[in-house]
Design a protein around this ligand. Structure first.
Ligand code: DOR
Ligand code: ZN
Ligand code: ZN
Length: 352
């Protein structure tokens, strides 16, 4: 049966959507309860509020901090939402002033459509951003990419792979010293690229993409609660990505992409929002995956060590413990349905 308890350094989430206002107040406690020491916060707030300037990033960081309970040691790691107008000097100043520790790249079509949630102000001309990438390479600022082609002609299930060949590989060749994090990997070709690319290329992987394939989106009829971007892929992709992760590759780390949406925005028949909310069960979901693969000894590095350095973190000296037992995932948090809500996982974080 293997081990019944596992203790790892306290983890950090390399990719988190906290939103703002009431939603922020609702979801933040769940990341804190997961014993995360820090999280890399995505700034795709609804336009024109995306976190694209130093002033906006400081204000958003302060809104998050103002909702932390007294004594909390949680660190929100802010990111700069890159637009076609962002100046290289501003990216560098925000980094040197300690406002943000990375830049987030979303892509959009010329008319602002085609990207992921709230990406209308995202980058339309990636080549035009090369001066920014040159400055980032020089200063050691990581680029976190939602790498999916936004070309309407491209099959939805090929978008990550096409972006890999059209954008990511050329980007890496042009700036071999640029630290690139390939976010929420779903396609085994991207995973293999990260493995082969060498020291400056990293990946985050969500718990949901390790667990579900594209069938889930049609489970019980069109299923909006299993719909996210990138869309889950064929099962052979999932298994290959997962094999690299649970084999313990050191440049792959946990990034939940936990993305809360009101049930109404998810369940409507047409135009439902992309995003899966995993924050209330993230450590248990990842532990379940590693246990299924007989790889619990690799869980701590994946959750708590890998990639820490690029975000300016030290692995925590404190620990968290998961034990074998039943953990029933809450169905809802406020008006947000939780991934696998109501299901029982075989691992539970001590302290829940
Ligand atoms: O499914 C997703 N939801 N993917 C993203 O890239 C964005 C996120 C969100 O903000 O809801
Ligand atoms: Zn994304
Ligand atoms: Zn995201």
């Amino acid at each position: 049966m293997g081990t019944d308890s596992i203790t790892i350094p306290r983890w950090f989430d390399r990719h988190l959507h906290l939103r703002d206002g009431d939603m922020l107040r609702t979801v933040l406690p769940h990341t804190l309860a997961s014993q995360a020491t820090a999280a890399v916060i995505m700034g795709n707030l609804p336009p024109p509020n995306e976190i694209s300037t130093i002033v906006k990033a400081i204000a958003y960081r302060d809104r998050i901090i103002s909702m932390l309970p007294p004594g909390s040691d949680f660190t929100p790691i802010m990111t700069c939402y890159l637009t076609d107008e962002t100046a290289p000097e501003d990216v560098v100043s925000g980094y040197k002033e300690g406002v943000w520790r990375a830049v987030k790249l979303y892509l959009a079509r010329k008319d602002g459509s085609g990207g992921t949630s709230h990406s209308s102000r995202a980058v339309k001309d990636i080549r035009g951003r090369y001066p920014v990438f040159a400055a980032m390479e020089k200063e050691g600022i990581p680029l976190l990419g939602h790498f999916e082609s936004v070309d309407p002609e491209i099959d939805e299930f090929d978008r990550e792979m096409i972006c890999l060949y059209l954008n990511v590989i050329p980007l890496h060749e042009a700036f071999p010293g640029l630290k690139i994090v390939f976010e929420h990997i779903t396609d085994n070709r991207s995973a293999e690229f990260v493995v082969s690319a060498g020291d400056n290329v990293f990946a985050t992987v969500t718990a949901h993409h390790l667990m579900i394939n594209r069938n889930a989106m049609f489970d019980g009829g069109m299923n909006p609660f299993k719909y996210c971007k990138p869309v889950p892929k064929r099962d052979d992709h999932r298994r290959k990505v997962r094999a690299i992760v649970t084999a313990g590759h050191p440049r792959f780390g946990a990034g939940t992409d936990s993305a809360p949406w009101d049930e109404a925005a998810k369940a409507r028949g047409f135009g439902c929002s992309a995003g899966i909310f995993t924050a209330p069960a993230a450590p248990e979901l990842y532990a379940t995956v590693f246990d299924e693969d007989g790889a619990l000894d690799k869980l701590g590095a994946f959750m708590s060590v890998n990639l820490a350095e690029i975000y300016g973190l030290e692995p925590s000296k404190e620990t968290m413990t998961l034990v074998r037992g039943s953990f029933t995932i809450p169905e809802r948090v406020g008006t947000v349905r939780v991934f696998k809500g109501g299901e029982i996982l075989p691992w539970k974080l001590v302290g829940r």
